[in-house]
Design a protein around this ligand. Structure first.
Ligand SMILES: Nc1ncnc2c1ncn2[C@@H]1O[C@H](COP(=O)(O)OP(=O)(O)O)[C@@H](O)[C@H]1O
Ligand SMILES: [Mg+2]
Length: 354
């Protein structure tokens, strides 16, 4: 009996460090008609436009998880990160970080999180990184010993030891981002948000940053939320993947589940004679016969998504029904994948992810 009692007093399961429940975000903006007339019209009556950036997001992240947040441009990734980190409030629903309402974090919780945004510098542009780090050390009350140990190690891992005394603005984009990351980790945060940290970076810098993140995630029980529109970043650093599409979670599960879905699909890009007429109904009927579908259409080209196993039967038919100039086959690009998952999401993709 004493065993059962001990069980009851044991910690109740893993700790949830991030939570979103029915989070919605609506941005209100003013739309203006183009040109002078627009300016005048705008002066008289401003047309009010509402953009639903998040339409009801549910998410629970446990301590130590590394979550990759992916989705097309405008899917709501940055908005979700900002809400979870307490930078902007949700319009509806609940967002919590370390057990507290994200938008009402106390200093105690703020000290336990870090946020790195690829598009925005948190460091002082005119100072050498080392000076910014000294300031952060004071702000966060990091001891000399911890500061020295962490800075030395992080700078070595990110290969910027010899750049610490150079004014931030004089560094390359990759070096600057590495400094941002060092700055974010100096106070040993428990929850780290990285929003597009590798955007625009060269391959070597990206790989160095990935290695750094993997290393830190392994060593400590840091919880990561990493957004990227680069699938490779996510594949390498995150075990769990959340796909956002048009403000909703379209997929939440392991990388394996996701890649099983990607690898089964091919995107066929067909370039047609721009002067030929395309009988769209006939093309669609043909595609339907092979379980394929039209995913995109522009002047002179069509993008078709088809199951890998039916590619061989489809391609000759494309030549038969279209005036084909050129044709290329690729694994399904991310945006199509996301749309696909989203379409099927309600039916079971999101639910079947566990
Ligand atoms: N401050 C804002 N004002 C108005 N609309 C916004 C604002 N921030 C984001 N949005 C809109 O919300 C949607 C989601 O944006 P965002 O979260 O930045 O997407 P992502 O990071 O996935 O590219 C987009 O349609 C975007 O235009
Ligand atoms: Mg973004």
């Amino acid at each position: 009996m004493s065993l059962a009692q001990e069980d009851r007093s044991a910690p109740a399961g893993p700790e949830v460090v991030l939570e979103a429940r029915g989070v919605r975000k609506v941005f209100k903006t003013f739309e203006r008609a183009p040109g002078l007339l627009g300016v005048l019209k705008n002066f008289v009556a401003r047309d009010h436009v509402e953009i639903a950036a998040l339409t009801g997001v549910d998410l629970r992240v446990e301590r130590g998880e590394s979550v990759g947040l992916i989705g097309a441009n405008g899917a709501g990734k940055t908005t979700l990160v900002k809400i979870l980190a307490g930078i902007v409030p949700a319009s509806a629903g609940e967002a919590r970080l370390l057990g507290r309402d994200s938008f009402h974090l106390q200093d105690a919780e703020k000290r336990r999180l870090a946020l790195v945004m690829g598009q925005k510098s948190q460091l002082w542009w005119d100072l050498p990184a080392i000076d910014s780090f000294q300031l952060l050390k004071e702000i966060y009350g990091v001891s000399d010993a911890h500061f020295n140990e962490r800075l030395t190690r992080f700078a070595a891992l990110l290969e910027v030891e010899d750049r610490l005394k150079i004014q931030l603005r004089q560094l390359s984009l990759g070096q600057r981002m590495k400094m941002e990351i060092i700055g974010a980790f100096l106070h040993s945060p428990e929850v780290v948000f990285l929003d597009e940290p590798t955007i625009g970076l060269d391959l070597i810098s990206r790989e160095t940053i990935r290695r750094f993140l993997i290393r830190l995630a392994d060593e400590r029980s840091v919880t990561f939320v990493l957004t990227s529109h680069d699938m490779e970043d996510i594949e390498e650093t995150c075990r769990r993947i959340v796909v956002l599409d048009q403000g909703a979670v379209a997929f939440d599960g392991g990388l394996m589940d996701l890649s099983r879905r990607v690898t089964g699909q091919r995107a066929v890009e067909v370039h047609v004679n721009p002067h030929s007429s395309v009988d769209e109904a006939a093309v669609k009927a043909e595609l339907a016969r092979h379980g394929a579908e039209l995913a995109g259409r522009s002047a002179g080209s069509l993008t078709v998504i088809v199951g890998a196993e039916r590619l061989a039967e489809l391609v000759p038919r494309l030549f038969a029904v279209l005036d084909v100039r050129d044709l290329s086959v690729e694994r399904q690009p991310l945006e199509h994948l996301i749309r696909e998952i989203y379409r099927r999401g309600a039916a079971g993709a999101a639910g079947g992810a566990e």
